[in-house]
Design a protein around this ligand. Structure first.
Ligand code: NOJ
Length: 673
């Protein structure tokens, strides 16, 4: 009898507990995606995601391991739930498209520990029709004032088998790796964005948004298809130290039925960032193209170091300024203009001086010479990862540029991963909390002086250009420089892979346009001529370099015409067709005219297609200026320079046959008549 009583009481308690722990769900505006938050029997928060009823992410954990307090991981109960929705449209000062739609449903769940500490976490989820973002907020509370986060336990347990495109996370060469294409089960530790295609054809990408004062997230495959966040380490203890209240970056998953829709879904990353803090940016930054004293150093025909090969001389820079003025380029980058490059500069960066030029470079005279011709000098701050030296000079260095009208700066952090020397003397990672703070400090200081910033060897892009639109581009992947000296160079698949991985995160300063089709020592680069032009459309950046030497452009006036014409600011962008890692055809409409442009690129396989022109404005006639691979164009042979430039009149009702050679591409300007 007594036993029966306890059994019945136990059953009642279980029922009560289950009622209390009912999962919370939110569906996306069209109903396509469903997000669920539940707690497991031990009170661990677990999330899952379904699309049209099918599992996309199996129940996956959330939580944190702290360095000085019990972990935040179990014994939670849901104590408060709120829901909101948004349907708005906002205008970008510059970008792949002028207007961005933000349509989502939001679920906010407050979780409280059932233990005496009663610590609180709040999960905020935004569910769009093509993906989601969620972040954990740490509200102000008595029993947790500073979070020392050693590990974040966020998991993504992918439900369907498939293929992954990824680069290793936590390796010495930062983000500069060729993409691996493996079964999902073959991923090790990866950087984000990482892209997946399930065997059923669903396209997914995991990344993050608004990485502010926090460590970058790598993804480590734990077992099967279960991935866990791993925070970039710190040289001084926990990966993240934050006083409460604060929120983690958004953990983002894009979910799309095909590759083209995956590309479009990346607007979610911008939507999850705060609106612009620079409402007047349009008055002082306009997207543009630039040239520079740059490729010759990568070819080793010139040097950054002073001496007979110095590239940054007054005479050489004047040559570039004249070239820019004659061909409509807005800026001239000059690397090696300042002291610090002599000797083994990338070993320490101790000797860099950002406040004065070398005796061979008339900074003041060149700035005014350039301005007289409607051109600007683009500044350069290579730090070699020594942010202790850089931050000490930052204000004065930017003041100098402001005084001279230098309104953009390329920064650089050449150092192996883990080799950033911080102001406190510690060594840090390029994507740790220290660098997330550093980059924003540079961007904010630059914004005060109306200067745009373009870091190389950067922290990854997480959409902060929405909040700080003077953070105009960055590197953060293998760029064109690998075609000068890389071993291997960038194979054709690399640029196509970038479109569906790295480029989902934001603009890249890839520096295209090498019409000589040769790198160091005259070694051929794995590209056709038409493909070099297509890159201006395929790899978006609001600052696009015409990276080759002026004399090489003089040798190829036909293709050079396209580089002069193509804009760097777009009203609209549409991927017309594409397959991850195979090919892409992208159409973009100029933001300042009625012209459209198309860029196409393929991997090592030649491809033919009929391009429907339905994207063109209805009822308008265009002159299509087509820069296509010629019949012998092939990245492996002398035929790589074979380009066919033709013209025809078209309307949106027409179709154009397209043929891309191996490693080739196509570039088209549709000039509105
Ligand atoms: C690496 C950058 O990616 C490259 O563009 C630059 O020329 C060198 N560092 C020197 O700063």
């Amino acid at each position: 009898m007594r036993n029966l009583f306890w059994l019945m009481a136990g059953m009642l308690m279980l029922a009560a507990a289950r009622a209390e722990a009912a999962p919370e769900t939110v569906v996306s505006p069209s109903g396509a995606l469903r997000f669920t938050l539940d707690t497991d029997p031990d009170g661990r928060p677990v999330w899952s995601l379904a699309r049209e009823g099918g599992a996309v992410v199996n129940p996956s954990r959330l939580g944190f391991i702290l360095g000085d307090a019990p972990k935040l991981e179990r014994n939670f109960e849901i104590v408060e739930v709120a829901r909101h929705s948004a349907d708005s449209r906002w205008e970008q000062p510059w970008g792949e498209r002028r207007f961005v739609t933000d349509r989502h449903n939001e679920l906010v769940v407050t979780l409280r520990e059932k233990t005496p500490l009663k610590r609180l976490l709040r999960l905020r989820v935004r569910l769009f029709d093509d993906g989601l973002g969620f972040r954990i907020e740490f509200p102000q509370q008595p029993n947790l004032t500073t979070a020392r986060i050693v590990e974040e336990l966020t998991e993504f347990d992918l439900a369907q088998p498939g293929t992954a495109w990824w680069i290793p996370g936590g390796e010495w060469n930062r983000y500069e790796y060729l993409y691996n294409r493996t079964p999902i089960e073959g991923v090790g530790q990866a950087h984000t964005p990482i892209t997946f295609r399930t065997d059923a054809g669903l396209h997914l990408s995991i990344h993050e948004a608004a990485l502010v004062d926090y460590a970058g997230m790598w993804l480590r495959r734990v077992e099967g298809q279960r991935f866990k966040a791993r925070l970039s380490p710190s040289g001084t203890g926990p990966s993240v130290v934050r006083d409460l209240p604060f929120a983690t970056p958004w953990r983002v998953m894009l979910v799309a039925p095909d590759a083209a829709k995956l590309y479009a879904a990346s607007d979610i990353i911008l939507n999850l960032n705060e609106p612009s803090k620079l409402p007047d940016i349009g008055t002082w930054f306009r997207p543009h193209k630039y040239v520079g004293v740059w490729w010759e150093m990568h070819l080793e025909t010139a040097s950054w170091a002073t001496g007979p090969k110095l590239g940054a001389t007054t005479a050489n820079t004047r040559r570039y300024i004249d070239f820019a003025a004659a061909n409509g380029f807005r800026s001239v980058l000059v690397e090696g203009w300042n002291p610090g490059w002599d000797g083994d500069w990338f070993a320490t960066g101790h000797d860099f001086d950002f406040t004065r030029p070398t005796p061979y470079f008339d900074l003041q005279g060149l700035s005014s010479y350039a301005r007289g011709k409607g051109v600007r000098i683009m500044g350069h701050h290579e730090t070699a990862g020594n942010i202790r030296v850089y931050e000490a000079q930052l204000g004065a260095a930017l003041d100098l540029y402001q005084r001279l009208g230098v309104d953009s700066v390329k920064t650089g952090y050449v150092a192996d991963a883990g080799g950033i020397l911080a102001p406190d003397g510690s060594y840090q990672w390029h994507d740790g909390q220290v660098m997330s703070r550093h980059h924003l400090k540079v961007v904010e200081e630059a914004a005060k002086r109306r200067i745009a910033v373009n870091p190389h060897e950067p922290i990854k892009d997480t959409g902060l250009r929405r909040t700080w639109p003077n953070w105009v581009a960055r590197e953060g992947a293998r760029g064109m420089e690998y075609n000068a000296w890389g071993n291997p160079k960038n194979p054709p698949a690399h640029e196509v892979n970038l479109i569906f991985t790295r480029m989902l995160s934001g603009p890249m300063d890839y520096t295209p346009g090498i019409l000589s089709l040769t790198g160091k020592g005259g070694a051929p680069i794995p590209s056709t001529m038409a493909r070099q032009l297509a890159l201006y459309v395929l790899l978006y950046s609001p600052i696009q370099m015409a990276a080759d030497l002026p004399e090489n452009y003089a040798r190829h006036p036909g293709p050079f015409r396209f580089i002069k014409d193509v804009p760097a600011d777009w009203e609209q962008t549409e991927m017309l067709a594409g397959e991850v890692g195979a090919f892409a055809l992208i159409a973009r409409k100029d933001r300042h005219s009625r012209d459209w442009y198309v860029g196409g690129g393929t991997d090592e396989s030649p491809r033919e297609a009929e391009l429907p022109l339905a994207f063109l404005d209805k009822g308008r006639r265009y002159e299509a200026q087509i820069y296509a691979d010629g019949p012998t164009a092939d990245y492996r042979t002398e035929g790589r320079a074979d380009i066919a430039i033709t013209k025809r009149i078209v309307t949106s009702a027409d179709r154009i046959p397209i043929r891309m050679g191996a490693g080739g591409g196509v570039a088209i300007r549709f000039r509105a008549l």
